[in-house]
Write a protein that binds this ligand. Structure first.
Ligand code: SAH
Length: 577
């Protein structure tokens, strides 16, 4: 179909049931480039954390006033974003699969009516994946030859609730009580009771006592095995077994809460043998790991492997400078004006002094072009120059600006890039480490002479475009090159709403340094953030005393090592249970 307008495009995406590993590759690729993400309550923080950090994040599962956004408003919102943001990628992120009780169809119809282009990205539905994570196959030879996915929450049960985004699994209070006006319309209990296949109910916990009794009344065996699976595929997964006749009392006794599915039939028995998901020492714990240093990813990975849900909270963010800054360079001082910190503002006119521009991050690329355009220039000033990138991600970012890279090192590091540029200067010695792009964009190893023959090979004609915290690796390898600082790295001022909520509900915060405590506490105090628990796991005494200063209740590792800290966390929760 030919595109008749320049509206943004909407992707109705299924996020799967919780485990971020169940997100599809297609969904991941769209989230990484999304300009807007409109998401539901059931989408896990780990998946929200995969979205483009610059995307506008819109929570329609819950508004700041704690009201859910009505479905009709969500539909309008999607159309509005598409119309107001030409060319934008708008991700509508829903739990499970968008077309399985996800109201994706309604949203798609609204988009069609408004002439907005859209795409459906199916997701792994909780109806099948959640039982699978509990070791229950929905069909099994000789036991169940069909399975049926049923909503336990029909429109007429609670008409108020029907208007809200139905992916919300948190039942309104009214939903817990028995439906007063008889059977939920649409559920044919006679047929369901005589159906030999597996029955899977979504959204049905609040009505399950009623549903179970009606099924028994209509002839279903009261001893039919049944399982409630709560928060399936997440670190909080729990399976509670019952039978049809004990369903209602079991929900109350075991405090089964949404989101949960109910599965009924002979296959449930298999769960006793096939339950494969181990209860790990940190299962059911949500831990915040403050992210400033490199080692935080390591500790996050270890805590995740031990069963915890980890919320990584960065402590720094990058910001473009208004103009690039350059260390004063005696020979070119006439083109640069001094600032009070002994740095000079770069003049884009001086780009004529350079033959090779080297980018070491996507931030560098974005900031450079922002500044270039703001100064009234366009990409034509780069005509004839060679462009070097530290790696493939930066290379891809450059392509977004219509710039194809000439040089990308095989080793995607600052050192790799420095060595490659050094090799160009040192004339054609390290031929094999060079990659250039041929006209079809395919990678090929060409001889250096081809890529550089017309160029004046002068080290001082290399311009490095970096952030203020970039180390000196490149400058050490290329001492005569010029470095412009195009962006700076600053402490994070506040957390996005979805992350703040995840942090607020965490069981504890893990600190690996006293500066992490300081930064984290500053961020929290800046946006009315209230931790539900003030527990802090600290690495060593210095971190502990910083955490105490900010009122945390501390548990400290015996040694100042990651091993010791992880051991302490496990010990703490093992003792607690
Ligand atoms: N489109 C979704 C279903 C939305 S309806 C899908 O395909 O999975 C919301 C209901 O899905 C919840 O009330 C609950 O019954 C079920 N559900 C979703 N995620 C779940 C999870 N992680 N564990 C258990 N049930 C879940």
């Amino acid at each position: 179909m030919e595109k008749a307008n320049n509206f943004g495009k909407v992707y109705l995406i299924g996020a799967g049931p919780g485990d971020p590993g169940l997100l599809t590759l297609r969904a991941h690729a769209i989230l990484e480039k999304a300009d807007v993400v409109v998401y539901d309550r059931l989408v896990s923080p780990a998946i929200l954390g995969m979205c483009n950090t610059k995307a506008k994040m819109v929570d329609v599962g819950k508004m700041p006033t704690h009201h859910k956004v009505k479905q009709s408003e969500i539909n309008k919102l999607l159309v509005k974003f598409a119309i107001e943001m030409p060319g934008a990628t708008i991700a509508r992120l829903k739990g499970g699969d968008p077309f399985v009780f996800g109201r994706g169809g309604e949203e798609a119809l609204e988009l069609v009516a408004a002439g907005v282009e859209f795409e459906i990205v199916p997701g792994v539905t909780s109806a099948i994946a959640v039982p699978a994570y509990a070791g229950i196959p929905v069909s099994h030879r000789g036991i169940a030859t069909s399975f049926h996915i049923i909503t336990g929450h029909e429109k007429e049960v609670d008409s108020r609730q029907s208007e809200v985004g139905s992916d919300s699994a948190i039942p309104a209070k009214a939903e817990i009580s028995m439906p007063s006006s008889g059977e939920p319309v649409g559920l044919d209990f006679e047929t369901l009771a005589h159906c030999p296949g597996t029955l899977v109910f979504l959204m049905g916990i609040g009505n399950m006592d009623f549903i179970a009794r009606r099924l028994i009344e209509c002839g279903k065996d009261p001893k039919t095995p049944l399982a409630f699976i709560e928060k399936g595929t997440t670190p909080f997964q729990r399976t509670v077994m019952a039978t049809l006749e004990t369903a209602g009392e079991t929900i109350v006794r075991e405090h089964v809460t949404a989101p949960a599915i109910t599965i009924m039939g002979g296959v449930v028995e298999l769960g006793k043998t096939l339950a494969w998901k181990k209860n790990l020492p940190l299962s059911g714990k949500r831990l915040v790991v403050t992210r400033a240093a490199k080692q935080s990813s390591e500790i996050s990975a270890r805590l995740t492997a031990l069963g915890a849900e980890v919320i990584e909270t960065p402590m720094i963010e990058t910001r473009s400078l208004e103009k690039p800054l350059v260390m004063c360079h005696p020979e070119r001082s006439e083109t640069e004006s001094k600032d009070p910190d002994q740095h000079c503002f770069a003049d884009f006119g001086s780009l004529a002094n350079f033959d090779i521009l080297a980018f070491t991050s996507t931030n560098g690329v974005e900031s450079f072009f922002k500044q270039l355009f703001a100064a009234g220039y366009d990409v034509r000033v780069l005509a004839g120059k060679k462009i070097a990138s530290v790696g493939k991600i930066t290379e891809k970012k450059l392509l977004e600006y219509g710039i194809r890279c000439d040089y990308v090192p095989e080793d995607h590091t600052g050192e790799g890039l420095g060595m490659l540029l050094r090799s160009i200067l040192d004339e054609r010695t390290l031929v094999n480490s060079l990659q250039t792009r041929d006209e079809c964009g395919l990678t090929s190893s060409l001889s250096l002479s081809k890529g550089t023959e017309s160029m004046n090979l002068d080290e001082s004609r290399i311009l490095l475009l970096q952030g203020n915290l970039a180390d000196d690796t490149l400058l050490k390898l290329l001492p005569k090159a010029t470095r412009w600082t195009v962006y700076e790295t600053l402490p994070v001022a506040e957390l996005p709403d979805w992350k703040r909520e995840a942090v607020e509900s965490a069981d504890a915060v893990v600190f690996a340094s006293s500066s992490a405590v300081e930064n984290f506490s500053k961020i929290l105090s800046s946006k009315f953030c209230q931790l539900s628990s003030q527990k802090a796991f600290c690495i060593g005494r210095m971190t502990e005393s910083a955490a105490c200063k900010y009122g945390f209740e501390t548990v400290t590792s015996d040694e100042t090592t990651m091993d010791s800290l992880v051991k302490k966390i496990v010990e703490y929760y093992t003792k607690e249970s």
